[in-house]
Ligand binder design. Structure first.
Ligand SMILES: Cc1ncc(C[n+]2csc(CCOP(=O)(O)OP(=O)(O)O)c2C)c(N)n1
Length: 315
């Protein structure tokens, strides 16, 4: 039996559903954001720029971490793959953190339209995490630094817990792999806890990642060799994720297994950036996009957002 109840698990899944929807809406839509009418060519942005493939996994990690650490003021989340910015932006919007620095990003329908219309847009939000993103300490545009940054953040703060999501492609960089040694160098009573989470979604751009081609035993041995205790999580199993966060080992190294592009029309390497190239001019692609967006039940999204906002106020 899981340490968390069914209601909490449902809440986590709803949050992922909302944020996945918001990612797709940010990437593609210029209007008709909640699909109150059938989608038209005019609703689609003229230039599609951004990354989808990694976003579902980011939303899964964020929702599960927030369920455990959302009220902990000493908690930080470091995101390695900053190209998954639409997922980060969706979560920051939903939690009202974006509204604290941008008065138009209100947690209501007009704020939702604002973040979607302005994603990857001239004078709007960029496609990657950037210095205007609230609390950003790593942009992720150049992969490799997330784990080192997470350890840096923990220095001298024993009260802190920092979770860090590292892409399996990112872990191929020299900086990221060597940062695994920091655990041995910095593990002391003076510093905070770091929770590395490897996002094993199998691909880096168009090719398989090296770690995705390693066996479970090889990854376990690699991480044990650096002094960690490996713990595998099937990403979409929120119960498994919650249990893994609650039964924390001394030096956990989480391996979150997801399918790159899960939920979208193309999976794996075809999902890395924009998985539908021409929905503005191709009726078949437009229909696929509409089907994809409707799979998240856009008619329920605002009611669910209100519910989450209300729960936050009641707390
Ligand atoms: C140092 C560096 N090398 C190459 C790139 C180009 N690049 C952008 S995304 C990406 C793939 C990243 O793969 P992964 O970290 O697994 O992220 P995900 O598959 O979750 O998108 C690469 C190689 C980069 N951003 N930084």
């Amino acid at each position: 039996m899981s340490v968390v109840g069914i209601a909490e698990i449902e809440r986590i899944k709803k949050r992922v559903q909302i944020c996945d929807f918001l990612v797709v809406a940010q990437l593609f839509l210029e209007d008709n954001f909640l699909l109150e009418r059938p989608l038209k060519f005019d609703d689609i942005k003229p230039r599609l720029l951004g990354h989808w493939g990694t976003c579902h996994g980011i939303n899964v990690a964020y929702a599960n971490l927030m369920n455990v650490y959302g009220d902990d003021s000493g908690f930080s989340f470091v995101l390695g793959p900053g190209h998954g910015f639409p997922a980060l932006q969706a979560n920051l919007w939903l939690d009202g953190e974006l509204a604290e620095i941008d008065e138009k990003a209100t947690v209501d329908e007009s704020g939702l339209e604002y973040i979607c219309r302005n994603f990857s847009w001239p004078d709007g939000f960029p496609s990657h995490a950037s210095p205007i993103t609230p609390n950003v300490i790593t942009e992720g545009g150049e992969l490799g630094y997330s784990l080192a940054n997470a350890y840096g953040l923990s220095l001298g703060h024993p009260e802190k817990t920092t979770a860090v999501l590292i892409g399996d492609g990112e872990l191929e960089t020299a900086t990221a792999i060597d940062s695994l040694n920091l655990h041995d160098l910095l593990d002391s009573e003076k510093n905070g806890k770091v929770l590395p989470i490897l996002h094993l979604n199998g691909y880096k751009i168009s090719a398989p990642s090296i770690y995705a081609r390693r066996s479970e035993r090889e990854i376990n041995e690699l991480t044990r060799g650096f002094g960690y205790t490996p713990r595998w999580i099937e990403g979409d199993d929120a119960e498994d994720f919650q249990d893994a966060l609650y039964d924390m080992e001394v030096a956990p190294f989480y391996i979150m297994h997801t399918e790159k592009g899960y939920g979208g029309p193309n999976r794996y390497h075809n999902s890395h950036q924009i998985p539908l190239k021409n929905p503005k001019t191709d009726a078949k692609e437009l229909a696929k996009l509409e089907e994809w967006l409707r799979s998240y039940h856009p008619e329920e999204i605002m009611a669910e957002v209100k519910e989450i906002t209300k729960e936050r106020r009641d707390d």
